[in-house]
Design a protein around this ligand. Structure first.
Ligand SMILES: [Zn+2]
Length: 358
């Protein structure tokens, strides 16, 4: 499946929040053959434009974030162990015992996150987690100087080095599904729409720094003539044994999410209801499966909604288990269905589309 190849290539690229350069280059190169114009901004956001045929039709932005959760070198101790901190909210319990890749100027340096032997772990410690300040990466160096010769510096970005695993039933487990899943959907949608000649102009946008406060999305629409925005992201989903389905709406494999709004613990912010109806009607008209519920946590939609004079915005997503770990898991069929919904919805947009809330 073409979509799988697109994703697996994205999964090779490490782009922790604030260190998106390799993904900026890659995403641009994927949009270049299928859009009328692509550029990136000094801040790092990438914008690819497919011009529409009718200036009266709403202009729509589809945005996915190019950063992923990861780490950065905080310091290197005299014995060559690398102390690190997070960029983005990596799940604390997913860090120790993992293989990591330090993306140095001299190329990749591989390491492992060390863990105390059980033999010397006190019983009261055995079922607890050390704070991240006490964790360390072993790159095989015996001294700080040796680590520095290898290219490791304070500020070097770090990602989980797990390879994507193809599991049964079209499931894939990989680091960075959040939001390489969304980027794959954007690339595949842009390819499908390349010769469609629809009324609306479509902006395919890769944003930076989503995982630390939606920062790229907060500024990307400033000088773009956009009427509505759709964030394409992943969404925490259950059906795993340690998640109570009382607390989660979505399941992997039941179709992509067309969210009603986003939930911060117990309170919801509601997405633009006309946009939701537009996407739901497209899915239903084409018989494409989808799920409806609340996104847990914020996405680029909430930042884009507050730009310009206030934009209608919504988030759609690929359901995934094991959020912010090295084994985020999703179903390729959900991803393919999301592409189908977006393609169908874009083709339905015309000058008569009414964005006013009445
Ligand atoms: Zn995300």
């Amino acid at each position: 499946m073409e979509l799988k190849e697109i994703f697996l290539r994205l999964a090779e690229i490490g782009s922790p929040c604030g260190f998106e350069e390799p993904m900026i280059d890659h995403f641009r190169s994927k949009l270049e053959p299928v859009t009328d114009r692509v550029y990136s901004t000094p801040r790092g956001n990438v914008i690819g434009i497919q011009e529409g045929t009718d200036p009266g039709a709403p202009r729509v932005a589809l945005a996915a974030h190019m950063d992923q959760v990861g780490f950065t070198v905080f310091n290197i101790d005299e014995r060559g162990f690398v102390r690190f901190r997070k960029v983005g909210d990596v799940a604390n319990r997913a860090i120790q015992g993992q293989q990591v890749r330090l993306i140095t100027e001299a190329g990749p340096v591989y390491g492992v996150v060390g863990i105390k032997p059980g033999h010397v772990t006190r019983p009261e410690e055995a079922n607890t987690l050390p704070p991240i300040e006490e964790m360390y990466i072993d790159v095989g160096a015996w001294t700080r100087e040796e680590a520095e010769v290898m290219g490791v510096r304070v500020g070097t970005p770090i990602v989980f080095d797990a390879r994507p695993l193809e599991l049964a039933n079209d499931l894939i487990a990989s680091p960075g599904v959040d939001d390489k899943a969304g980027l794959a959907v954007l690339i595949a949608t842009a390819r499908a729409m390349k010769d469609a000649a629809i009324p609306s102009t479509v902006y395919y946008i890769g944003t930076v720094e989503e995982e630390e406060g939606l920062k790229g999305a907060g500024v990307v629409l400033f000088d773009l003539d956009v009427d509505m925005a759709v964030a394409v992201d992943s969404v925490p989903s259950g059906w795993q044994p340690d998640v109570n389905m009382r607390d989660v709406v979505y399941e992997v494999g039941k179709g992509p999410a067309i969210h009603i709004g986003e939930m911060s613990r117990t309170r919801a912010w509601i997405y633009h209801r006309r946009l939701r109806r537009w996407l739901v009607e497209a899915a239903e008209a084409e018989g494409i499966p989808y799920q409806s519920g609340y996104q847990l946590g914020g996405t680029d939609a909430s930042a884009m909604a507050q730009t310009r004079s206030g934009l209608p915005a919504i988030t759609v997503g690929v359901p995934r288990r094991y959020a912010h770990s090295p084994v985020e898991l999703f179903d390729l069929k959900d991803m393919a269905s999301l592409v189908d919904i977006l393609v169908a919805a874009l083709k339905r947009l015309g000058p008569e589309f009414n964005l006013l809330r009445t």
